[in-house]
Ligand binder design. Structure first.
Ligand code: PLP
Length: 364
């Protein structure tokens, strides 16, 4: 498997949910929900963590809270969710290229894409690598734009003592079952400003500001108590879980870093990673085989690997060819040659070695 969900001991989860049989309060900001928000604030070093039903709806809620219009500058090298959130909120995505070291937005190409319609920048912390927030902030301040991070990959990542979720005017975290930290399905919107946290509360509950008061036509994006309870259990073991991923990721790096024709994501200085993914970029002319050859060879041994992110979100069908992948050449090239190798809590060194042997032997 390319990934596997972390699970707490079964009894621990049972103990965590047992009080729900007494309170019979299963959703709508129950005690598990409130406790998880508090613990996440502590762990992530932020205020204003608003839990949501999933990461995608958290992203849509952030756009709703800011009531944005017009164009949003983003990258096509992401999961469809980022682009879909922009489109579904009636905004127009404007695609910026990525840099080829850590695959986050190329900050030197943002400014030329700004028009009088631009209202926000929505970059993605890809594979847990952080965007260049300092430069992005400068540009945003100059043009009075909101900065909203898709931080779905960046749970627990810290740069020089500052948590990733603290960056931007708002950040979205995903707590999907396949992520570093999960609540089965779930996510959070994190706001710099507590007033926006309050607005999120309305957004995720139909726009209701009181039992009989409706401020606007909102949707429903609340997290339930069983998911929040799973989060409380998983949060207790998150450091061990990340340490286990780290061991596997470092082993991959050790085995693959000197293989000709394989590019690994740059290690960012001053950044404590969460080891969310282990991507390799295959340079076929140098390596001698293509990404697809590696996928086939691994698949013959029943090993899953994921072309992620592929294809670019700018080339997905619903846009009817409105965007061209040639406009973002780096994103296009990385997307066509990147492969994420299996990485999850508990992945054994022997398995990592087997995977590396298959890849290396392919060109022996
Ligand atoms: C997982 C993910 C999302 C969506 O989060 P969900 O919790 O699955 O809705 C959005 N963006 C990125 C980059 C993701 O990896």
């Amino acid at each position: 498997m390319v990934t596997r969900s972390s699970m707490p001991p079964m009894q621990e989860y049972f103990d965590e949910i047992s009080s729900l049989w007494e309170t019979r309060w299963l959703t709508n900001s129950g005690e598990k929900h409130m406790e998880l928000e508090k613990r996440l604030c502590e762990y992530l070093g932020v205020s204003n963590v608003g839990l949501c039903v999933n990461g995608h709806m958290a992203l849509e809620c952030i756009l709703e809270v800011f009531d944005l219009k017009g164009e949003v500058i983003t990258t096509p090298f992401t999961f469809v969710s980022t682009t879909n959130a922009i489109v579904r909120r009636g905004l127009t995505p404007v695609f910026c290229d990525i840099n080829d070291r850590d695959f986050t937005i190329d900050v030197n190409k943002i400014e030329s894409l700004i028009t009088e319609k631009t209202s926000a920048i929505m970059p993605v912390h890809v594979y847990g690598n952080l965007c260049d927030d300092e430069k992005i902030r400068k540009i945003a301040d100059k043009y009075n734009l909101k900065v909203i991070y898709d931080a779905a990959h960046a749970f627990g990542v810290v740069k020089n003592g500052v948590g990733a979720a603290a960056l931007g005017d708002a950040s979205m975290l995903s707590f999907h079952a396949t992520k570093v930290f999960h609540t089965i399905e779930g996510g959070a919107a994190i706001f710099k400003d507590s007033e926006n946290y309050k607005k999120l509360g309305y957004c995720k509950n139909f726009g209701m500001t009181g039992p009989e008061d409706l401020a606007f036509a909102g949707g429903n994006s609340k997290m339930n108590e069983f998911c929040a309870a799973m989060g409380l259990c998983n949060l207790r073991r998150i450091d061990e879980s990340i340490a286990s991923r780290k061991e596997a990721a470092l082993r991959y790096r050790e085995r693959l870093q000197n293989v000709k024709g394989l590019q690994l994501a740059a290690v960012q200085e001053g950044v404590k990673s969460n080891y969310a993914y282990f991507p390799i970029v295959v340079k076929a002319e140098e390596f001698g085989k293509t990404r697809e050859d590696i996928v086939s060879a691994l698949s013959e041994s029943n090993i899953g690997a994921r072309r992620y992110f592929y294809p670019l979100t700018s080339s997905i069908q619903s846009f009817n060819g409105a965007y061209r992948s040639q406009d973002t050449p780096v994103a296009n090239r990385i997307s066509q040659n990147v492969l994420c190798l299996p990485l999850y809590e508990g992945l054994e060194t022997a398995t990592v070695d087997r995977i590396c042997d298959i890849i290396i032997n392919l060109v022996r």
